[in-house]
Design a protein around this ligand. Sequence first.
Ligand code: UD1
Length: 345
Amino acid sequence: MSENIILVTGGAGYIGSHTIVALTKLSGFKIISVDNYSNSSPETYKRIKEITGITIEHIEADLSNKNEVEEVFKKFKGITGIIHFAAFKSVPESVAKPLMYYHNNINSLLHLLEIGEKNGVQNFIFSSSCSVYGNIKELPVNEETSIGKVESPYAFTKVVGEKILEDALLGSSTMKGIVLRYFNPVGAHETGKLGELPNQRPNNLVPVITQTGIGKIPKMEIFGNDYPTRDGTCIRDYIHVCDIAEAHVKALNLLINNEQQQVFDLFNLGSGKGVTVLEAINAFEKISNQKLNFEIIDRRAGDVESIYADNTKAAKILGWKPKRSLDEMMESAWKWELYLKNISQ
Ligand code: UD1
């Protein structure tokens, strides 16, 4: 059997790198990573090697530049699948810089589909987000839930991205694909040697929590406690990044083994449980045995009030169920933060 060559875009990033680790357990696959390191670093490949013993081939490219995408396919022949993570992903940043988000997230996808198709790519997995559901009243959301009015340009790049992929696949004679809608991926690899490492001050809750715990952030802010939820803070569905990574392996297998009848399908990847910001902070305080310094400030632009997943479709079709608890998410994220502190000393 010939080798499957999989291009992972954003392979040095948070979810991309954990997925690469999960993919290295499969035999008959060669993984190539492409990244422009706008929110990551090539150091990640050393970390992947430390964990897996495998050197990941990689190339630096900006996927929103068509010529650079052509170069990737010139350098690596025979790519059969693409897992497309590379995108800007901050909700508040997208509110402040919408055109930057539309330019990067949409053009990258268009180039990969167009040039991928020309080069014989057969399988495509696209990272989407629960933000496509917007502020929705009927919870939990399942894949049949209609897409609401989205709250941020980031979320809209995912709505449009999903539709572009669906239309491209319907018009393609060779390619099949899957959209994975992540809820809130958090945590780190169990070794504590790989985790989320944004280049700038983080926007996402768990890195903000761990950086406050370690003292890099003196005092964290909670964006609003006047939402109509059980403690007034927003509800999210936190899911361990390694569970998310394993879902990609299942999705890729489904495509490669030709077990998906239709050309396009989509799945929610969430734990199914809603957790408030204060509950997340409490979970961290419990596992790290310390009190966090925080203050409540105004609501953040672009935030939805509550969202959590119905994940039964992924269980049924992908055979995927999240295995790791909120405590394990916090423990691994904290282990990673402590590891970063150790290696910087
Ligand atoms: C959003 C998307 C999610 C996507 C992620 C990518 C929604 C519903 N979800 O996550 O699908 O994967 O962006 O970045 O749009 N918070 C604080 N203080 C902080 C940071 C966060 O209180 O310093 C709160 C936020 O207000 C929110 C929760 O923590 O209620 C989670 O925020 P965050 O981690 O940024 O993720 P989302 O914006 O929910």
